[in-house]
Structures are given as C-alpha cells and as structure tokens.
Design a protein around this ligand. Structure first.
Ligand code: PRX
Length: 661
C-alpha cells in the first residue's frame, strides 16, 4: 500500500531521470529535445505566426481568418481566428472520407460484455452522425441551441456530439454518474432544448437505471422540449407521450436521410459547454469555442501522443469529462486516427480487464489516471503476466499528480521499462494538455509533468505576484492566451473574470499550486482553492456542503479533502446537527445517501464526523486548515488558533476523532 505522506516527500526528493526511447524518434512529430526547444522559442517569439501555422496545418477551414488573435487577458477578452469559418464534424469526418479513409476504423467500441464490440469506419460514422443531425433538426434544434447529453459510454454518445457540432448546436455532456439533481441544475443553467439519454447504464455487471433520473430532472426543466432515449440495457422505463422518443425509431425513420451539410461556424462560436466544480457556488459551465478548441485538440494530440495513422489510441476516461471530449473524440478523430471507446470499468470482470483489451485491440497509446494505476497496483503484476502488451508505445497519465511509486510501477510493469510516460497537466478550462513531456523528446522525471508545450507560457508566481525562484512553491499561471482556453463561464461573465483573471491581472490563474525546478520542470502540488480531487475528479467542497445542509436534520457542514492511498483525496465531512437531533450511525448512512442523491456517488463522503461545533474565526469563517489536519489525524501543530471564536472546539473535535478509531 502506498503511504501518502511518502508521496509528498518522494515528490520533493525525486531525482531520477529517464531518457526518451531511441526507437521511434525518426518518425515522431518531435523527435528530440532541440526540436522541442526550437519550437518553444519560436512560439514565444512569434505566437501569432506559430499558431496560424499550426491552425493551417491541422484544421480545414471554410474561410480564412482576418486576425489570428485579438486578446486582452486583463479584461478578459480573447478571440482566436476571428473571421474564419469551419465545422468540427467536417474536420472529424468528411475530410477523412475525401482523403481515402472511408473504410478506416474511426471508433472501436468495446461494450461492457466482452463479446459486444462495434467498429465504426469513418464512412459509417459519417452516416450515423448525419442521421442523428437530421433527427435533431427534425426536433427543431438550430444553431446555437443547447443539447444536454446524459449517456453512458456507448457509440451514440460520440455520434450525438458530432451531430451537434455538425449543425452548430452546443452540447453539454453530463456524466452519467451524476444524480437527477445535478442533471437538472446543468440543464436549467444552459436552458437546453433537448436531452439525449438512455434507459440504463451497464456497470460492473449491474444495470443502473438512468432514464428515471432524467425523468426526475425534467420535472423541473421547462426548457426541454424533447427527450431522445437510447435503448442500451433493455431496462423497462416510462416514456412520456409527446416528449420522449426512442433513438432507434427516430434514426430509422424513412424521412431521416444520411445527408446533412455541415453548418459553417464562426471560429468563436461555442462548440460545447462542460460543467466543472469551483470553490464556490454551483458548478460552472466552462465554454469552449470552435476554431481555437479544435486547433488545440489536434495540436496536442499530435504532439503529446504522437498520434499516427496506424495507431490505436485508447484513452480510458469517460466522455463525461474533458479528457474524453478532447482525447477520445475530437483529437483522435480530427487527426483521422483510430480511437477506442470503452464502456466498462478497470476491475470488472477482473483486474486484468485493461490489459486484456490492450492485447485484444493492439492498442499503441494508453492514457489513464493515477488513481487507476494505484488501484491496479494493489493486484501486483499477476494480472499483467500473460498479456501481450507489446503493441504499446506511449503511456499517459492525467487528472492528478502521479506519485513516483505509481509512475515506476506503470513504467516497469505496463511499459516494460521501455515506454515513455506522458504525465499531462491540464484542466477542463484549458481544453487540452498544457504541461507535458513529448514522448520522444523529453527526459522524464517521475512525478513531474515536465515542461510547457510550445505556445504555453506557464510560470509560478508567489503571493506577491512575483516570479517564484527555482523550487519555490507558488501559483501556477499562464501568461498568454492559447487557442484552447475557455472563453467564458456560461451565462456568468463576472464569475469568469473573478475566478481566473482577478488575482493575477493579465494572467490566467489555474488555481493549482506548483513549483518549477532548476531544469524548468514543473511539479504540480494540487489545488489551492477549496476544490478536492477525488480519483482525478474535481469536486467543490461548497457543493458537498450545500448538499449536506439541504438535509432537514443538518444545520451546518464543512468538507475537506483527506489523503487517500488510491483516490488521491477522499472526502471528509464535519456535520453539525440541528438541536435535539441524535448523532446516530443510521443518520450517517442517511447523509451519505443524501449526498449521492443530490450530486452523485462520486461525491459521497468517505467519512462523516459529527461536530457539535466548527472552528470558526470571530467573523464566522471556518478554518479549514484545522479541519484538514484533524481529518488526516495530524494533531501535532495547529499553528495560530488564537483568532478562533471558541478554541475549545478544536479539542472536542480531536477527542471525537480519536474516539472514532
Ligand atoms: O489540480 C489539477 C489536476 O486536475 C485539475 C483539473 O481537473 P479537471 O478540470 O477535472 O481536469 C482533469 C483532466 C484534465 C487541475 O487543476 N490535474 C490534472 N492533471 C494533472 C493534475 N495535477 C497534477 N498532474 C497532472 N498531470
């Protein structure tokens, strides 16, 4: 088992360096460090020239831009490729048909049952997408309308997103693990007209109903006119007359053809919204636009994953998160590659599931999260032993810092000690990878995301806003715009400005703590705000707290992250009950279920501790650093607690915590 304190110290003391592999360098997009450095300098000396060149090389535009960039981060105002038009679905499909890839496999879909595999050639995918686009049009969807998508990892998910892109509708994917309430909030926020969902989800051998959640959400969603339902699990559901219809019936309707012209979109038209947690309030709808996002998705897929025509690219994320948007769908398909889409989980039917699938599909690129690696590590190398992983050439990691122990295990056992690991730092807001090794160029240090990609002006600032020295911890900021950056928080320009551009005017504030070592390598330490990272997923403590206090017996709640050997961080909640309510074990279970219902299973607290009082300053602010220490059982030094209204609260909480053990 990994000791998490070890993780921090080992990140600080890690000194090993691994050189990139020799084999493969000649054909790599970037084959040596000098090329990377040359490109990086060029991108800093002439950013507009650099991005214009990349955008021309990678994307097919209907009409050219008038200006490459129009930006002022202090406002913030950012426009890339203004005046240009393009269509993302055209770039991911039509242009590949024209270049002889009609029969090439675009998507290999592996259902949870091993025998359920579907392969879509570019030709077939194009047809399905056009049909779906026509179904949406028939339902009245127009350019700029929002389409909410609440689907498991089935091909219809990819088809729906590309169909939206084709007609200029804005998709907003809601991860199928989220609850009815979460779905409802997201639909209401963006006023979606259509919801695409499925009867149920297949997960680890079980059927988990989905449409009933959608029904519950839709009771409060007046904007939804139509709900399109995919039959995935044969689960019996109710269909509301006039509102709901079946995907297969709509798609097979005689009036629906496989011809649909792609809508010319302005570069700055919105491509999608994706909600993500922040430190305050409800999740925010991160807005990505058409031209910049696509350019950046293709640029990073080509550089970071070195994706080529004969690769089989497998990103294990769910399309409900940004990683799936960019590196299952838009990046690989935009480059005309073959992408794997997997419905199941890493541990079912056994802990060798991933390796069995690498062997089965001869995957060449494999991209997953540290939490998955740590979970699989627990099973030792036995599940890997009889698997042929020789097809692999690049491994990737994303979502949280990877501890050197997990890195080494991944490198030795999955990579046979020969494969590069691209530890990619990025965020929902950045659209694509920002700091990462290039697989054939960058010497690796386990636990470091290494250096910024060309065009990315990353820096560490101290509290005063000055550049931090080597190895001095500080705030990770990006000092110039890049094409993939978010262009807003949907419907809330003020939140966009205050969240990302206020603390360090003129720069994008990532909200992460990091340090940069003497070689210019970045070491990401984690969030500096009240966001916790559970298994690579961002959750706002405020969101979980508000779910807890919405329970009728709870008067107050404070949530903090706690180190966890597999998940990275676990959720620890302190809960104050209303007067006269008994602190029973049954109520703890009820509270966990309540959070699951309000947000979803990923937000369910790992531990809940009753707290008759919370450590608050005289002005009423909860001192979370104290709670974090109590949750982690680190009772040694609480620092200055003299500003607390009632310092005695701390001793009570410690005593209660100790009595739990
Ligand atoms: O704290 C960083 C962490 O995940 C956050 C972004 O979360 P999200 O928007 O959900 O996107 C996750 C996938 C791109 C970041 O602010 N994070 C992501 N990748 C890494 C990371 N922390 C350290 N190393 C990484 N490679």
């Amino acid at each position: 088992m990994i000791d998490v304190d070890d993780k921090i110290t080992s990140l600080l003391s890690e000194k090993r360096v691994f050189e990139p592999p020799q084999a493969g360098r000649e054909t790599a997009a970037v084959g040596d460090l000098e090329s990377y450095e040359r490109e990086y300098r060029r991108s800093m000396d002439d950013p507009e020239g650099y991005w214009a060149e990349r955008a021309r090389e990678l994307v097919s535009w209907f009409t050219p831009w008038d200006r490459v960039l129009d930006a002022d981060l202090s406002k913030p105002e950012v426009r890339w490729f203004d005046g240009a038009t393009l269509n993302v679905s055209y770039n991911c499909l039509d242009r590949h048909l024209a270049s002889g890839k009609r029969d090439k496999t675009a998507i290999i879909w592996q259902g949870e049952p091993d025998e359920e595999v579907r392969r879509f050639s570019y030709g077939q995918l194009h047809e399905e997408v056009c049909r779906c686009a026509n179904v949406l049009k028939k339902m009245g969807v127009k350019k700029g309308d929002r389409v909410a998508v609440y689907l498991p990892m089935i091909p219809e998910l990819a088809i729906t997103l590309l169909a939206c892109a084709r007609i200029g509708a804005i998709h907003s994917v809601v991860f199928a693990g989220f609850s009815a309430v979460s779905l409802q909030n997201r639909i209401q926020d963006c006023e979606a007209r259509i919801l695409v969902t499925a009867d149920a989800v297949l997960r680890a051998g079980k059927i988990i109903p989905l449409k009933p959640n959608a029904d519950e959400a839709l009771e409060q969603c007046e904007s939804i006119e139509h709900c399109l339902v995919v039959r995935r699990a044969g689960y019996e559901i109710g269909m509301q007359l006039g509102r709901d219809s079946w995907w297969h019936e709509e798609m097979e309707d005689d009036a629906i053809t496989a011809v649909c012209e792609p809508e010319p979109m302005a570069a700055e038209d919105i491509l999608f919204i994706l909600y993500t947690s922040g430190s305050t309030g409800k999740p925010k709808g991160v807005v990505h636009t058409t031209g910049g996002y696509l350019t950046y998705a293709l640029h990073t897929t080509q550089w970071v994953f070195d994706l080529k025509d004969d690769d089989v690219h497998w990103c294990t994320a769910d399309i409900g998160w940004i990683t799936g948007h960019t590196y299952i769908l838009y990046g690989p398909l935009g480059l005309g590659g073959t992408t794997v889409m997997f419905e199941g989980v890493p541990s079912y039917p056994g802990p060798d599931r991933f390796w069995q699938l690498v062997e089965k599909f001869k995957a060449t690129i494999f991209y997953t999260a540290p939490t998955v690696i740590r979970a699989l590590m627990r099973h030792g190398d036995e599940p890997l032993k009889n698997r042929d992983l020789s097809s692999l050439r690049i491994l990737g990691s994303v979502g949280e810092p990877i501890n050197p122990e997990a890195w080494m295990w991944y490198h030795l056992n999955v990579g046979g000690g020969r494969l590069p690991i691209v530890d990619t730092w990025w965020q929902t807001e950045t659209g694509g990878v920002m700091i990462s090794p290039l697989p054939y160029a960058t010497p690796l240090k386990p636990g470091s995301a290494t250096r910024p990609l060309p065009g990315i002006d990353a820096a560490i600032l101290n509290e005063e806003g000055q550049l931090a020295g080597a190895n001095e911890g500080g705030h990770l900021v990006i000092r110039r715009p890049w094409p993939g950056m978010l262009r807003g928080v949907f419907g809330d320009p003020e939140r966009y400005r205050t969240t990302y551009f206020e603390e360090f005017p003129g720069f994008y504030d990532a909200g992460d703590g990091a340090r940069c070592d003497e070689d210019g390598y970045f070491w990401i330490m984690g969030r500096l705000d009240d966001v916790i990272n559970v298994s690579g997923h961002r959750l706002g403590t405020a969101e979980i707290e508000s779910a807890l206090v919405s329970h009728p017996r709870v008067s107050e709640a404070a949530v903090v992250g706690m180190p966890h050997p597999i998940k990275g961080q676990a959720i620890y909640a302190f809960v104050t009950l209303n007067d006269g309510v008994d602190e029973t074990p049954e109520l703890l279970t009820e509270l966990r279920v309540h959070v699951r219902t309000e947000i979803g299973p990923i937000a369910s607290p790992d531990s809940i501790q009753y707290a008759p009082g919370l450590p608050k300053t005289r002005s009423g602010k909860i001192m979370r650093r104290i709670l974090r220490k109590i949750a982690a059982e680190d009772f040694a030094d609480f620092g200055d607690i003299s500003t607390l209204a009632d310092p005695g609260v701390v001793d009570d909480l410690i005593a209660a915590k100790q009595s739990l053990n």
